[in-house]
Design a protein around this ligand. Structure first.
Ligand SMILES: C[S@@+](CC[C@H](N)C(=O)[O-])C[C@H]1O[C@@H](n2cnc3c(N)ncnc32)[C@H](O)[C@@H]1O
Length: 490
């Protein structure tokens, strides 16, 4: 007779088998071989997660396989390995900063002995050997014969698109090429991100930091020993490399989304010609860059801090693409200078702030909105790690996707990446990614009402666009306070 556990194991195995068939069939229909972890990365050979059926099958396989592993592995070993998981991130940082993927790209399929790699980068050979083996356990680099390494599918993505000679002779331009964007994210997360993360507990339990909403009172402040927020820290003289890497990292975030996802964030074609779309806190314009050339009739204005705008202008001119993007310095905590645009876009901005500050940004936009202005906030909407009760009000929001998992899949699992990202926002800024219920509450209290959501999956793997209209009858509380003061004092 099957016990509970054995039926769980067989159930999970069945889910894997059924969904593997879907993937194999999809690849066969396209005449493409299943990509191997041993070959170098080829975007044509990836499973295409923009196809909903394929994306769902990938999700099912990952969920079932992880649940299977967690079920059968030693519980004590799982906890121990989790406690040591930061070591892999540190190893990844070393490999990326030393440009090992580029060295191996230049070495070709025969690879290179780790002693020669170490000599080229000027580091200890035995230590580098440990680093590469640590990464190899995650299929990042491949030991093709004892101590000889070559690139594989994952490591080859860390090649920054320039020669090793160029990377080392001109460190200011390391992240110039689009191929380097992923390394920029890796660097941001595993360098200043990891240093900050290691102080999460201290920040959480500190008398003044623990309950703070301030961006300059986070684990980042403790880890990096600074009284500045992340943005101010990056802009200090001598940290141009960090600012540059962060800008490239934001572009990289866009790259890991399926192509055309940003384009689907809103029905841009529905806008009349010469409509103005304001990308607030738009960085170097990573979203408009993907849309402007397809909609030259729309005027995109990217607003950000002065140093970021200067970088955005430089990058946009280098690209010399069609379309219209205007870059403008603007602090989103100040009054919004563009009144009544068609769209205010906030892409990956609100998670950087606690509710107190997110509300300030949203209220500035509400005060500048016209009756037909739409607000599009595009972030990860984090799922609950339990079933959403049928009484939950967010279930009636048009476009919401409800998580439906076959038995015996647990709702926990690979959506964990969105939980990691959310906690990372707390570490850096005292911010967070939000659930849909949390977003609805925040938006309403700032004068916005959700019209619909463009949600691609219920697991929070991909960013969702929450499209809002101005909440009717809403009055800016600051305006009411100043009117009250004026009438009180005559
Ligand atoms: C996470 S990034 C997102 C950038 C861009 N929206 C994207 O998705 O690529 C957040 C952006 O907010 C900008 N920012 C931070 N504080 C700001 C402020 N007070 N006013 C305007 N922009 C600000 C940062 O410089 C950064 O470019």
């Amino acid at each position: 007779m099957r016990t509970g556990t054995s039926s769980t194991l067989s159930g999970l195995t069945e889910i894997i088998a059924q969904n593997v068939l879907v993937l194999e069939e999809s690849m066969e229909n396209k005449g493409i071989n299943i990509p191997s972890l041993n070959d170098v990365y080829d975007s044509q050979l990836e499973f295409h997660n923009e196809e909903p059926e394929v994306a769902r099958s990938i999700d099912m396989i990952c969920r079932a396989a992880l649940q299977l592993i967690q079920t059968v592995r030693s519980s004590k070993a799982i906890l121990m390995q989790t406690a040591l998981s930061h070591i892999t991130a540190s190893a990844l940082r070393c490999a990326s900063e030393l440009h090992i993927a580029t060295i191996l790209y230049e070495a070709g399929p025969e690879g290179m002995h780790v002693a020669d790699i170490a000599a080229k980068c000027g580091v200890d050979y035995r230590k580098l050997s440990s680093i590469l083996r640590c990464l190899g356990k995650q299929w990042i680099f491949r030991e093709i014969s004892p101590e000889v390494y070559a690139n594989n599918r994952l490591s080859s993505l860390l090649h920054k698109g320039k020669s090793y000679e160029d990377l080392t002779s001109d460190p200011d331009t390391i992240y110039d090429k689009p191929e380097a964007a992923l390394s920029a994210i890796v660097g941001h997360m595993s360098d200043e991100g990891a240093k900050a993360t290691s102080y999460l507990y201290e920040a959480l339990t500190d008398q003044s930091f623990g309950f703070s909403d301030e961006a300059d009172h986070s684990a980042f402040s403790l880890g990096l020993q600074t009284e500045k927020s992340v943005w101010e820290y990056f802009e200090e003289p001598g940290r141009e490399d960090l600012l540059d890497r962060y800008a490239a990292a934001m572009e990289g975030l866009q790259e890991i989304e399926p192509p055309n996802l940003a384009e689907g964030a809103f029905d841009w074609a529905s806008l009349p010609p010469e409509s103005v779309v304001v990308d607030v806190g738009g960085g170097i314009g990573s979203v408009p860059i993907h849309i402007a050339h397809k909609h030259p009739e729309i005027e995109f204005v990217v607003q950000d801090r002065p140093a970021v705008i200067a970088d955005g202008v430089k990058r946009w001119e280098q690209r010399n693409q069609a379309g219209y993007i205007h870059f403008e310095e603007h602090d989103f905590f100040e009054a919004q200078p563009i009144k009544n645009p068609s769209v205010f876009l906030l892409n990956n901005v609100l998670p950087d702030w606690s509710d107190k500050y997110a509300k300030k940004i949203l209220m500035r936009l509400r005060a500048a909105a016209g009756p037909d202005t739409r607000l599009v906030t595009r972030d990860t909407v984090i799922p609950y790690s339990c079933q959403v009760p049928v009484s939950d009000k967010t279930l009636s929001i048009p476009g919401v996707v409800v998580q439906q998992l076959p038995q015996p899949l647990d709702i926990n699992g690979p959506s964990a990446f969105s939980y990691d990202l959310s906690l990372f926002m707390t570490v850096l800024f005292n911010g967070m990614e939000r659930t849909l219920g949390h977003m609805a509450e925040l938006l309403r209290s700032s004068g916005w009402e959700i019209e619909k959501i463009e949600e691609h999956d219920a697991g929070g793997h991909l960013p969702s666009s929450i499209i809002c209209i101005p909440l009717k009858g809403w009055r800016d509380p600051r305006e009411m306070v100043s009117k009250y003061r004026m009438s009180f004092f005559g």
